[in-house]
Design a protein. Structure first.
Length: 564
């Protein structure tokens, strides 16, 4: 359909204008760019649409048709100035009902259904989402024109059952954009402190949870979508927050928020995909919250609980660890299903668990019980072989995705109370060599400085099976191996010297070709590059690591021990 027909709308009757607009919407429902649309024509079309929208007694059908056409045109990022002038943005704010709330006194806002047709409101909200996302000018205008104020104040009406889900959802989408986009950074502290948005958003989450309690099937898909948008906004409001010191009011807010996140983790959710999405947003938000408040994820066990008999696995030290168990299950699910985008899918969960375990003794001990249980028959397998959480995590210790590899290593190291011996026991020296090198622990062992605040009592609980095989466990691979014949048995000294020279020549050749960089272990416990391979056998210690260069072949984890 030609755009020239849209600019003629002002000369049509309402019925003719509706027919023209609906024809345009149908023809372009899947169109997202209009490369041949010039700025002047775009302006004329938009002005014609706005003229109809601003008429006092226009029908809801006409308003919806105008807004749908506007929304389609706003998909195209080219020549956005035609849609982001003050006239257009003020009209959209007014039709969406946002302006009315922004101009009212905070204490005088009536908790009642919106006065206009809610289908019209939703279409206007969709248009605002498009122009805010595509235009910096629109972002700046909405931050300063009262749009943010109106959306925050309208949160108070969400308790009215007549306010439709779409109105709430697109309100939250608008607020998310206005707290996420670079041009709106100054909006975050204003929403959080001046407009008390933090409190209102938590109240909506509370309200949604109360509604879910009356539904035997748990949170509906729409309720999950609304909660997810709110969690994204709360993430924006807390992302740049100083974690070290909070005042009394913030302390109360965080205690309440973590308590709400606990309840969301416990909620039954109809759709498995929606559950995964919600848990992802919960974990992301937990990362921003000072770890001292993770204690609110735990609760005392209640004997009268109907599911007490089913909760034996999640009771630890008299506390209900179900929320932590859910996060571990979420990690296990992601480990089992994630093959791409490993950083995006795994890093937040691992980061959250690292913070929780480092700062909360009970959480760390429970996670250690679930992730690194006492070794039994599995000591005969490589740590990375199997389907347990330990096996899946150990497999990632040699992942090419550096962020994931490092976070997995840190998580397991924290569970081991930053004990090198314990880390080697559960993962094998070959798997954790990269972490030990990073921390300067290749030589220092347990004498290195620990960063976490750990209890002094030992948690070693070797099983009888492990004790029987302990002396035959290969510390490099981390598994029991039967005794092997000495490969140099029967060799003369001359033959042994010949084989040693061959090994030195092979390492020297790999070094000269740039495939590996041999290293010694320095006084700080970190690998130090050597200029020549003979340095590895000087001084009597002879310990070194063969470290692959950037262009070289990958071997183990940042180069396992390749010394004499």
């Amino acid at each position: 359909m030609e755009f020239s027909e849209l600019k003629k709308l002002n000369g049509c009757s309402e019925a003719e204008a509706v027919a023209t607009l609906e024809k345009f919407v149908t023809a372009n429902s899947q169109t997202f760019t209009f490369p041949s649309l010039e700025l002047d024509l775009k302006k004329e079309c938009v002005e014609s649409i706005l003229t109809w929208l601003k008429k006092p007694k226009v029908s809801a059908k006409m308003s919806i048709a105008c807004l749908q056409a506007f929304r389609i045109i706003s998909r195209d990022k080219n020549n956005m100035q035609a849609l982001t002038n003050e006239n257009a943005l003020t009209t959209l704010n007014k039709v969406a009902g946002i302006q009315d709330y922004a101009t009212q006194d905070v204490d005088d806002i009536a908790v009642s259904v919106l006065p206009t047709d809610q289908a019209v409101v939703v279409e206007a909200q969709k248009c605002l989402c498009n122009v805010i996302f595509n235009s910096i000018e629109a972002q700046r205008f909405c931050c300063k024109s009262g749009c943010v104020d109106g959306v925050v104040q309208r949160l108070k009406t969400y308790g009215d059952p007549e306010v439709q889900f779409d109105v709430k959802f697109f309100d939250m989408r608008i607020l998310f954009l206005l707290t996420a986009l670079p041009a709106c950074i100054e909006t975050r502290p204003r929403v959080r402190y001046e407009l008390h948005g933090f409190t209102y958003l938590m109240e909506v989450l509370d309200l949604t949870l109360r509604d879910a309690e009356s539904q035997t099937s748990g949170l509906t898909d729409q309720q999950v979508e609304l909660c997810a948008e709110i969690l994204k906004i709360l993430f924006n409001l807390t992302i740049s927050m100083e974690k070290k010191s909070v005042d009394e009011e913030e302390e109360a807010h965080f205690m309440r928020l973590v308590s709400i996140l606990h309840d969301l983790l416990m909620c039954t959710i109809m759709s498995k995909d929606k559950q995964d999405d919600l848990q992802s947003h919960i974990v992301n938000l937990l990362i921003n919250i000072p770890p001292d408040f993770y204690e609110e994820l735990l609760a005392p066990m209640v004997e009268e609980d109907e599911r007490a008999s089913e909760r034996q696995d999640i009771e630890f030290d008299g506390k209900n660890m179900e929320a932590i168990w859910v996060i571990l299950q979420f990690l296990n699910h992601r480990l089992s299903t994630t093959s791409k985008n490993m950083k995006e899918n795994l890093a937040p969960i691992l980061h959250c668990l690292c913070e929780a375990c480092r700062h909360n003794h009970a959480i760390r001990k429970y996670c250690r019980l679930k992730v690194l249980p006492p070794l039994r028959g599995e000591v005969k397998r490589l740590p990375e072989d199997g389907d347990s959480l330990r096996n899946k995590l150990c497999k990632l210790l040699t992942s090419p995705v550096t962020e994931v590899k490092d976070l997995v290593a840190h998580f397991l190291f924290i569970l081991c109370k930053e004990s090198v011996n314990r880390m080697v026991k559960y993962t094998g020296y070959g798997n954790c060599a990269g972490l030990l090198a990073q921390f300067g622990l290749l030589k220092l062992g347990d004498s290195g400085q620990r960063k976490g605040d750990y209890s002094s009592n030992s948690e070693d609980s070797d099983t009888e099976e492990y004790r029987d095989l302990k002396d035959e466990v290969n510390p490099v691979t981390g598994r029991w191996e039967p005794e092997k014949r000495d490969p140099m048995e029967g060799m003369t000294d001359e033959q042994k010297e010949y084989e040693a020279e061959r090994l030195i020549d092979a390492i020297d050749k790999l070094q000269r070709q740039g495939i590996i960089q041999p290293c010694r272990i320095g006084e700080d416990g970190k690998p130090v590059p050597v200029e020549h391979v003979l340095e590895l056998v000087q001084g009597g210690e002879g310990a070194g690591v063969g470290k692959p260069t950037e262009d070289g072949a990958k071997g183990g984890d940042d180069g396992n021990a390749e010394g004499n």
